[in-house]
Design a protein around this ligand. Structure first.
Ligand SMILES: [Cu+2]
Length: 215
């Protein structure tokens, strides 16, 4: 039986060996990094529903295709904002009793799902990066947004204006933010991540007045 002290000595020894090994072989012990985005509006208030992403500078093996849902509930798109990697298949189930007619005229993905109830037979594959505005032909007030990016590392801010992009391989990334009501595009920022503590990155966005959708 090992004592706790002996165990920790062994752990330290192992850690030392791993460090030595990585030093000698020129590789690093794999350690996932993360970036914590903190986004505010021009007045400094936390900004919700901001798409955030980190695009690796190094080439990466392709990730498996993802799937997600944008529901129609109580005459609204839920969620309001969806942030997805290129190639994601999105289902548009209608949870309401009434019919919807979902469409987008956006160049990143133009499509329509004509008058339907229940779940449409096939999902919509978002195959190009860019911003997509969703609407409904029947209900003019229905608005939804899809932000499609060429990286698997995406998130969106909560009510506290924060979002964490996790499981990043250490290295260089171009990071960016997008909000449906922003008055101007925010320049992409190049960062280097390493280690296991979330790296904070602050962004401030100016919004077009009167465009925030409150829920
Ligand atoms: Cu509708």
């Amino acid at each position: 039986m090992y004592t706790t002290r002996k165990k920790s000595q062994i752990a330290r020894l192992l850690h030392g060996f791993m460090f030595l090994f990585s030093f000698l072989s020129g590789t690093t012990v794999v350690q996932a990094a993360s970036i914590e985005f903190r986004v505010t509006d021009a007045s400094g208030a936390p900004l919700q529903d901001v798409a955030v992403y980190a695009t690796p500078r190094a080439k990466m093996a392709p990730k498996p295709r993802r799937e997600t849902l944008i529901e129609q509930v109580k005459l609204q798109f839920a969620p309001l904002l969806t942030v997805i990697p290129v190639g994601t298949a999105v289902g548009f189930p209608n949870r309401d009793e009434v019919r919807h007619h979902v469409y987008s005229f956006s160049s990143a993905k133009a499509f329509e799902i004509k008058l339907y109830v229940g779940t449409p037979a096939s999902p919509v594959v978002f195959d190009k990066p860019g911003e997509v505005v969703l609407g409904c032909n029947i209900h003019d007030n229905m608005r939804g947004f899809v932000f499609v990016v060429d990286t698997p590392f995406v998130a969106k801010t909560g009510a506290d204006g924060r979002a964490v992009v996790e499981d990043l391989p250490p290295g260089e990334f171009d990071i960016g933010v997008w909000h449906y009501a922003q008055s101007a595009a925010v320049p992409v920022r190049r960062v280097r991540v390493a280690g296991d503590k979330p790296q904070p990155e602050a962004f401030s966005l100016s919004l077009r007045p009167g465009q925030l959708i409150k829920r």
